[in-house]
Design a protein around this ligand. Structure first.
Ligand code: GDP
Ligand code: MG
Length: 167
């Protein structure tokens, strides 16, 4: 992935985010984007689209064979989603932490202000409002999957000069 090293702030990374169909349907997209910006992320790319079940299965290929795979991919293709490239210092961890744990019940218990606690469905782990990449490699793959045309660079921060590194 392409990372941007700044001397004082650490590593500016890109990560990939989805506002899932449940949160879109319930009208939470604006609040979620507000939290993203308030947490210091830049939204570098954004598109709204509906996935086919085939595309959802390809996106979640790592979960093929798991008990929740079919439910997950049917759900992810059930309505529009918002796909975004986010950048920030330590974006991958920061976005996972803003989302909270996978299960909305656990999220509510442990991190009541997290997005999955606030906007996920407590009766159904599948409908947990957001997706986030879990590592540099998956972020790179997922960004390319949804934004194949453009190379993604982290947004510059105002602090100082930047050195771009392609790892
Ligand atoms: P994430 O990285 O936190 O999104 O979690 P995973 O990569 O493990 O799972 C992908 C998605 O599958 C989750 O965000 C949930 O939507 C769904 N999921 C994961 N585990 C379960 C589960 O145990 N039950 C159900 N119903 N859905 C799950
Ligand atoms: Mg995951």
């Amino acid at each position: 992935p392409i990372v941007n090293v700044t001397e004082e702030t650490g590593v500016v990374e890109c990560t990939f985010a989805i506002i899932k169909p449940d949160a879109m349907r319930k009208g939470f997209a604006a609040q979620i984007k507000h939290r993203i910006l308030a947490d210091g992320f830049h939204i570098l790319q954004e598109r709204q689209l509906q996935l086919s079940t085939d595309i959802a299965q390809e996106f979640y290929a790592e979960h093929l064979g798991k008990p929740f795979f079919e439910k997950l991919t049917n759900f992810m293709s059930s309505g529009p989603v918002t796909a975004m490239v986010l950048s920030r210092v330590n974006a991958i961890k920061a976005w996972r932490s803003l989302m909270g744990p996978t299960n909305p019940v656990a999220a509510a218990e442990q991190f009541p202000n997290s997005l999955r606690a606030l906007y996920g469905d407590k009766e159904n782990t599948t409908m947990n409002a957001t997706h986030g990449s879990d590592a540099r490699l998956s972020a790179q793959r997922e960004i390319k999957f949804f934004f194949p045309k453009r190379p993604i660079f982290p947004a510059p921060t105002h602090q100082q000069s930047h050195e771009y590194i392609q790892a």
